[in-house]
Design a protein around this ligand. Structure first.
Ligand SMILES: Cc1cc2nc3c(=O)[nH]c(=O)nc-3n(C[C@H](O)[C@H](O)[C@H](O)COP(=O)(O)O)c2cc1C
Ligand code: SF4
Ligand code: SF4
Length: 447
């Protein structure tokens, strides 16, 4: 039976499924329900400095993109950090941690960008005996206009400075939560490391506007007739987050920095993908808000079963295994050739692959053969782009099949070679261009 326990930057938890700092972790009631459901840890909803409580809008603060079957695939919010008094939050955190000592309790923080403010809040948070703090350098709306959140996260020097203050003023592990609203996530991650951060978590939400109400002629959703950009999360942001996690995991200067993967995690499989790219834990917000806390049961059971099937007894055994396979475009094998193949038994003859390929790709799928409706790949035209497989409504009906031997009928080039752009004769900068394989060098056809 797989062991799901994790030790993330010194913070122990019975499993890697943590709730991200957001409404699901806003108060004792929710967090206790989450722990009862089986979550391994939480990052408490971001706390701010003492003083007049934060004021949220009382109009709609959420928006969504739905798939045609009403699944929430993108979720947007204009909510601020906690709007409950600091002392009340701290007392609840202390109580919950005491009652649930085996679960990870991390507290998210965001205060003005001066050392005294950080020092003051850290000493109050330490009183709760929580396991660590997460610095919210990502909130893209409201707080950033007040010089906090993304306004800090987008400036590596500030990230480094605040991380350093925090490391100086607390004994607890410090996790820096990164914003995706930057051109590259590497500089802020390097800054967090220079500042002494114990780990990074990513991503926070992506700047977004969910739509426009064309009757009201205002952004949707709007509050009293006006709208503003918010932060998007949910399944639609997972690809953005995975790429950023991979960029950090494969950077030699950041090697070994613990990563908590956040963004669109709905199932155990999403979690495995983050872990394969180096994440030690994952955090979940949207899926919990849409489906409730009990989704963690399927996440834990699924991960455990998959690990048993693959023969992994701990998460460390497969964490990061996909990282060496992430590379830059220039290192891809330009001699690798695939062709689309249509399974005629599965094909429902809808014609979508034909139209997609005919109108926007390489005119490589028939629609009529001998006057009869029939969809078949013309290998001499197919570039293996995958568009037909993407648009086909029938799962596994179109597969991409590797050509391992022979000559590509499209280019007349023997397959089986290995040339990247750096070695390709068409690259004027290539130092040592390699010609294509000669037919004599091709692999012998299988008997
Ligand atoms: C309504 C809402 C409120 C959020 N509030 C916070 C917050 O206070 N602090 C924070 O660091 N992140 C906050 N987030 C961002 C989440 O912690 C998380 O980074 C993001 O939602 C991506 O994860 P997901 O795709 O699982 O939702 C919030 C997200 C939502 C949807
Ligand atoms: S892989 Fe691309 S080129 Fe080949 S048939 Fe499909 S859409 Fe056309
Ligand atoms: S899109 Fe798929 S199901 Fe439709 S015709 Fe093409 S192969 Fe057949």
């Amino acid at each position: 039976m797989a062991d799901l326990r994790v030790n993330f930057a010194g913070i122990k938890a019975p499993n890697p499924f943590w709730l991200a700092s957001a409404p699901p972790t806003d108060k004792e009631y929710n967090v206790v329900r989450a722990f009862k459901a089986g979550w391994g840890g939480v990052v408490w909803k971001t706390l701010g400095e003492d003083g007049p409580p934060i004021v949220n809008v009382s109009g709609p603060r959420y928006g969504a993109i739905h798939s045609s079957d009403r699944r929430v695939i993108g979720f947007n919010n204009i909510e601020l950090i906690t709007d409950r008094p600091l002392q009340q939050n701290l007392e609840e955190i202390k109580r919950v941690k005491k009652e649930w000592p085996d679960r990870a309790m991390v507290v998210s923080l965001m205060v003005p960008c001066d050392e005294e403010s950080w020092k003051a809040i850290l000493s109050r948070v330490e009183w709760t005996e929580c396991d660590g703090v997460e610095l919210n350098f990502g909130c893209p709306h409201g707080m950033s206009e007040r010089g906090m959140g993304a306004a800090v996260g987008q400036v590596p020097d500030y990230v480094e400075m605040v991380a350093r203050w925090c490391k100086q003023h607390t004994r607890m592990p410090v996790i820096v939560k990164l914003t995706p609203n930057v051109s590259s996530v590497v500089p802020p991650a390097l800054a967090a490391l220079r500042g002494g951060a114990d780990a990074v978590s990513l991503i926070n939400t992506v700047n977004s506007m969910m739509g426009v109400d064309i009757d009201a002629m205002a952004p949707w959703p709007h509050v009293g007739g006006k709208g503003t950009h918010g932060g998007m999360c949910g399944p639609a942001v997972k690809p953005i987050a995975l790429n950023m996690v991979a960029e950090i995991a494969r950077n030699p200067q950041l090697r070994g920095l613990p990563i908590s993967g956040i963004g669109g995690v709905e199932t155990w499989r999403d979690a495995v993908e983050y872990m394969a790219l180096g994440a030690g834990t994952v955090q979940v917000c949207t899926a919990a808000m849409v489906y409730g806390f009990r989704i963690v049961e399927e996440m834990k059971a699924g991960l455990s079963l998959w690990m048993d099937e693959k023969g992994y007894s701990t998460i460390e055994e497969f964490r990061g295994l996909a990282v060496p396979k992430v590379t830059d475009w220039q290192h891809l094998n330009l001699d690798y050739v695939v062709k689309a193949h249509i399974d005629q038994d599965l094909c429902i003859q809808c014609g979508r692959c034909h139209i997609a390929c005919e109108d926007t790709s390489h005119q490589a799928i028939t629609s009529l053969v001998d006057g009869v409706r029939h969809f078949e790949v013309i290998e001499a035209e197919c570039v293996g782009c995958n568009l037909c497989a993407v648009v086909c409504p029938v799962e596994n009906c179109i597969s991409m099949v590797e050509m391992r031997e022979g000559v590509d009928p499209r280019t007349g080039t023997p397959v089986g070679g290995h040339r990247t752009w750096l070695e390709h004769p068409n690259n004027p900068m290539a130092k040592d261009p390699k010609p294509a394989l000669r037919p004599a060098e091709m692999a012998e056809p299988a008997e």
